[in-house]
Design a protein around this ligand. Structure first.
Ligand code: SF4
Length: 379
């Protein structure tokens, strides 16, 4: 772990409320410093923050201002991330920090991602304390979620290392908007990811997120072809913006062609939020249509989300059609996989990361406090 910077941040309640030196930046000829973490490549003068608000130039270097600080911890079902082929039924210790490197007008977590008041993220937690809390509470994994962990890469990597040392897996919930070099380091420490593929046109990314589609597609291809990270994809369908049959066909064909049939794809329902309060919620029939289109394109595992649709949230064997994992929201209602993850009816493997039996966490959501460990004593 890097050492905190003298004179920056507070040292009162542990070393943790401190800006930490950040990686991935370089100095420009005109005196500015460029952050190289994400495709925005913010160019900063002394004292300025990047668009994500949490990476800043202080003392002539880039620092992460939210290292060790969280907007709160909660034990969730892993299905809520959503990840449905990764340790189904198990609890995951979830947390986020503040800020985001996209500016989605439809943000469903805007109170966290748009947070500018860093005092709002009061919970202080070291990597060791988070791993300890996960182990103590019986969580099989820790998820970086609520806001995009790409922007707190140094903290996420340290937490992931502490977790892995204790046999706890790590999950990134991310938009995949990250530059090639940090992408390698970031995902090397992750066991699973859910990547938000927000739409399938550059226009959507430009107009609604002030971002670009291409780097996200590159992240997806990187995950598939150069890592062992288990990942699933989520597309929030927004009426009139990214929910046309043509766009869904194009996305499904791309996933099939570039990633193959076994990457699960979730189509989830939008609800009016942030700067899109006048857009109506996604009708359930749109989600079902999208699922149909993606399955016709050849994808094996396609799901609907944020609506009541047990049929659209069940995992079926792609060979014989048997229901393998039944779900009702985040609750498992059936389990027909063998100990090694194959269909009990026909023996065909189901893609994913499974244990001998499913977890029994259910749909509960339980906020918890993470306590400091002895290793967190102030220095
Ligand atoms: S991570 Fe933040 S500071 Fe760095 S380029 Fe992206 S938005 Fe800018």
């Amino acid at each position: 772990m890097d050492q905190p910077i003298e004179g920056i941040g507070e040292r009162s309640d542990a070393v943790l409320r401190t800006a930490m030196p950040a990686r991935y930046w370089h100095r420009l000829e005109d005196g500015r410093i460029q952050c190289d973490v994400c495709p925005r490549y913010c160019k900063l003068h002394e004292g300025q923050r990047g668009l994500c608000f949490v990476r800043a130039r202080q003392h002539d270097q880039i620092v992460l201002t939210t290292y060790g600080r969280s907007s709160g911890f909660c034990i969730d079902p892993i299905e809520k991330k959503p990840l449905v082929h990764f340790l189904p039924g198990t609890p995951v210790l979830s947390f986020g920090t503040a800020g985001c490197n996209l500016t989605c007008k439809f943000c469903q977590n805007w109170d966290i991602s748009k947070a500018r008041d860093l005092d709002r993220i009061q919970d202080v937690a070291s990597p060791a304390a988070i791993a300890e809390a996960a182990a103590r509470s019986g969580c099989r994994s820790v998820a970086f979620t609520y806001n995009d962990p790409v922007i707190f890469l140094e903290y996420a990597v340290d937490v992931a290392q502490a977790c892995r040392a204790r046999g706890i897996k790590t999950v990134a919930v991310s938009a995949g908007y990250i530059a090639p070099e940090p992408r390698v380091e970031f995902f090397r420490h992750m066991d699973a990811a859910n990547i938000d593929l927000k739409g399938f046109t550059e226009g959507f990314y430009k107009n609604l997120c002030t971002g670009k589609l291409t780097p996200v597609l590159e992240t997806l291809e990187y995950l598939k072809h150069q890592t062992n990270v288990w990942f699933e994809i989520t597309t929030l369908l927004i009426p009139g913006e990214n929910d046309s049959a043509a766009e869904i066909e194009a996305e499904s064909a791309w996933v099939m062609d570039r990633l193959g049939p076994d990457v699960p794809l979730h189509f989830t329902a939008f609800h009016p939020d942030w700067k899109m309060l006048d857009t109506p919620p996604t009708p359930p029939q749109t989600l079902r249509m999208a699922r149909r289109i993606a399955m016709q394109a050849g994808l094996h595992y396609v799901y609907t989300g944020n609506i009541h649709d047990p049929a659209g949230q069940t995992t079926y064997c792609h060979a014989c059609g048997a229901a393998l994992i039944g779900r009702d929201w985040y609750e498992l209602t059936a389990w027909n996989l063998s100990a090694d993850g194959a269909c009990l009816a026909c023996g065909t493997d189901c893609a994913g990361v499974f244990e001998v039996a499913p977890g029994r966490w259910g749909a509960r959501r339980q906020p918890i406090k993470v306590r400091a460990t002895a290793a967190d004593a102030p220095i």
